[in-house]
Design a protein around this ligand. Sequence first.
Ligand SMILES: [Fe+2]
Length: 392
Amino acid sequence: MESFNFFFPTRIVFGNGKLGIIGEETARLGKRALLVTYPSQSLKNAVDQAVELLGQNGVETVLFTDIEANPTHAQVNLGGEAARDAGCDVVIGLGGGSAVDSAKAIAVVATEGVDIWDIYEGHPITRPSLPLVAVPTTAGTGTEATFFTVISHRELKRKEGFARTQFYPKLSIVDPLLTLSLSPYMTAATGLDALSHAIEAYYCRASTPVVEALAARAVRLVSENLRRAVFNGQDVVARYNMMLANTLAGMAITQSDSCLAHVVGEAVGAVYNTGHGVSVAVSLPATMEYNCFAAMDQMANIASWMGVDTFGLTKRELAALAPGAVRTLIEDVGLPRGLAALGVKDTSAVMELMLRPGMDAASPRPAGQADFELLMQACLSPEMGYWRLGGK
Ligand SMILES: [Fe+2]
């Protein structure tokens, strides 16, 4: 039995309509809030409601909306400056992963006064950061429950996820009703991202018993609710369960690590600017096939959590069915079967990113250059896969 740590400093308030507490709760943390979000018709109601509730509770709001889908270091630095200039004493991130990730980084930069890229490269955080309130409006990244942020550097053509304890939100208000307006495609892509967090956090080398408990519930919830949420966006129960899966999977991954689907998906996203959720989702089945027998017990459990009929099957047989269960879900919710469908053609730049040292550190089965080349091919065209990867 291995020893493990569990540390989780974020207070999470979860439930339908909980956006309603944003005013009174933020008022406990500060008097002037930098509200980090992005211009979006589907977010307008939530932003208006938040600003009104903050005002009613004596919190002045400074809006910062200069955030893109893949937030850049320059935008984060500007956000930090805006918070300092306006004398903000609390930061709110309201929106999808890009808004919350930006807010995490802005809350640090605002007090530290250095470039966020310097912090990524190891500059120590020496000052207390501004308290952060995270309000996610998608059910996928789980960023409201993690100490990760993902920031791009356009000039360097880099996109890096990195972790700092200071990135944990002080408070996360997780309101499933905020996801009702998500499109079927975004619901599918972000939902598969949540599934990939639960699956990868569980089977990778950094997993712990706490991660297993969180992942088991999250995988079941996605398997039982994602199709419903995609095909009927107004299904409040499915939306609630997907949001819960998203937060549990975030808690799992922040205690553990991601694995090869994120290595492939993030490299593809950095080069081709494809969405994070879809890039990772499409890469998940083949990377699970790669690890199918290095993590056989875990894969067998994943298959049963996903609803595979376990009757009469050996553990080996069950494990081999796990990647297919994920592939079926991906197809059912209308995401592409391979990365080629996302326009990925020349893979040399992607390979370069994947072959940096340590990229396979969390993988139960190590991966060298030849393995990554095979994996890339398998992710590109789904006809390849398990047998081609020598998994038998
Ligand atoms: Fe992810």
